[in-house]
Design a binder for this molecule. Structure first.
Ligand SMILES: [Zn+2]
Length: 203
């Protein structure tokens, strides 16, 4: 049996700065304490893949130093249309993540629910974000995390057509590392270190 992978997803650490929580977002910001405990549990776990969505300020101020301290790397799923807005990282921060060896993935241009867009707007949301991220980082961006975790057949068809290597959902459960569609487990505000340990072992 192939080794299963746990894709562990985070959003912000601490609290937003310079903006309010978005609708439903509060549940996805975790305490610095839980974040540190999670990273400690992930050291030497080659079967765990970390990702951070939305490009929050904490990516550069909290997450990057902590990843370096623990010798870990991660994928940052960024909304190019939010770069430099209050509470979000800017293009210089994006380059700093890349030069630190972090991977950059697309999270849509403007963090829209992909299932609510007509075909033209859907294409714009997922191709423009990618194009901007590739221009700004000088790297290939071939992974995408679906904003809000909501998708349907039309969304998946478009993402396949655009040749994404992996697409990340919020479906939960362990992942086959070779699969195109990668489920993720999100660490949430209400979780304890024990909950995270359960996510990591998929008990
Ligand atoms: Zn998001």
């Amino acid at each position: 049996m192939r080794t299963q992978l746990v894709n562990l997803g985070f959003h912000g650490i601490g609290h937003p700065i310079g903006r309010d929580f978005g609708v439903g977002e509060r549940d996805y910001w975790v305490s610095p304490k839980l974040f540190q405990a999670t990273l400690e549990a992930c050291v030497r776990r080659s079967d765990v893949s970390l990702s951070f969505d939305d490009g929050n300020w904490s990516d550069i101020a909290v997450v990057l130093p902590a990843l370096r301290e623990h010798g870990l790397s991660a994928t940052f799923f960024i909304n190019a249309g939010r770069l430099g807005q209050p509470g979000f990282i800017d293009r210089h921060d994006l380059r700093e993540l890349v030069s630190a060896g972090m991977r950059i993935g697309n999270h849509g241009l403007a963090h829209l629910d992909l299932t609510k867009l007509d075909p033209a707007r859907l294409e714009h949301e997922i191709t423009q974000g990618r194009r901007l991220l590739e221009e700004l980082t000088g790297t290939t961006v071939d992974t995408l995390a679906i904003a809000y975790g909501t998708y349907n057949d039309a969304v998946l068809e478009q993402l396949r057509r655009l040749a994404y290597r992996h697409v990340y959902t919020s479906d939960g459960g362990a992942a086959d590392p070779e699969a195109w569609l990668q489920p993720r487990e999100h660490v949430k505000a209400q979780h304890t270190a024990l909950d995270v340990a359960r996510l990591l072992t998929q008990d």
